[in-house]
Design a protein. Structure first.
Length: 311
């Protein structure tokens, strides 16, 4: 049995515009790394966190990674095990790209691998959701499921949890721009309407069904015209500087779609090729710079691998 392991888990785009809390996909970058070591003493410690500017707690009772791993160990009856965790944040916190879920998934996958546990990755989802519950007050799975399973996922049901991996066109690229503005996930959830009109629900259902159909049919045009959100985006877009201006720019440059990643402030576009994705990220970054907002950009295909051992 190995004494230590280093694991990478990917960032994710949740909601995918029209699928609030039920759709998400993983990307190749950014992501987080966890180094986990077996210790002689039972229990979990966090010895080091880098890349968080001191924002994340070292207290294992308050950190999403250790809390999730603790639930997992309890479930498999391994309270005799001791782990020391080093968390390397390789992605921005509060980006809308599943920062907490990437850390949590990396930790769970590291623990499972070190213990040589043959538990299926999907069986780790309930423990990953415990981390999301701590991070934002709601144990949604649209970040942790794609981070754990890779690819494009649909959460058909939360009770009981029923997660389905979806196919997707291999030539689909994702252009991501993270404006450096503060949009806390918890607050971004609180501004969403609790009641909606039936005609709006019907429109949304049609778009979700259209998006899933487009994924199965490899129909990028159908994917693009289905990625419209009349329930959440109109509210959350107010928290993102020049959201509609950026959408107009991206679509004019050949984007298939444009929307908010998770609760924001990151935005993303699907494109048919890498070159278009790169041009869109460059153009949107230049625009944000012109209004004095720093930003990070990423271009990726959909990541089908999920977490992986890197050392």
């Amino acid at each position: 049995m190995k004494e230590s392991i280093k694991v990478f888990a990917p960032a994710t785009v949740a909601n995918v515009v029209c699928g609030f809390d039920v759709l998400g996909f993983a990307v190749n970058e950014p992501g987080d790394e966890v180094i986990m070591r077996l210790t002689d003493k039972p229990g979990i410690t966090i010895s080091k966190i880098t890349g968080d500017n001191g924002r994340l707690p070292l207290d294992p009772k308050k950190n999403t990674v250790s809390v999730s791993v603790e639930h997992y160990l309890k479930h498999i009856g391994r309270n005799d095990v001791g782990f020391d965790i080093e968390l390397n944040k390789k992605m921005p916190i509060g980006s809308g790209l599943g920062s907490s879920s990437a850390s949590t998934v990396a930790g769970l996958f590291a623990a499972k691998t070190l213990l040589e546990d043959r538990t299926n990755a999907s069986q780790l989802l309930p423990f990953a959701r415990k981390g999301e519950e701590m991070a934002c007050g709601h144990g949604h799975a649209d970040n942790v499921a794609p981070a754990l399973l890779g690819g494009f996922v649909l959460i058909r049901s939360y009770d009981p949890l029923d997660v389905i991996k979806l196919p997707h066109p291999k030539g689909l690229y994702c252009a991501i721009v993270f404006p450096d503005v503060d949009v806390p996930t918890r607050e971004a959830r609180q501004i969403i309407r609790n009641k909606i009109q039936m005609k709006d629900a019907v429109t949304q259902w049609g778009n979700i069904a259209g998006l899933v159909s487009g994924l199965f049919m490899n129909d990028i045009d159908l994917i693009g015209r289905s990625m419209k959100d009349i329930l959440v985006e109109p509210v959350r877009s107010m928290l993102i500087p020049d959201f509609y201006k950026m959408r107009e720019m991206a679509m004019e440059m050949g984007a298939v779609s444009f929307g908010i990643s998770g609760s924001g402030p990151s935005v993303f576009s699907f494109t048919r090729d890498e070159e278009t994705a790169k041009k869109i990220t460059q153009k949107l970054q230049a625009h944000l710079t012109s209004i004095k907002i720093n930003s990070n950009t990423y271009v990726s295909t959909i990541n089908d691998a999920g977490p992986r051992v890197i050392d």
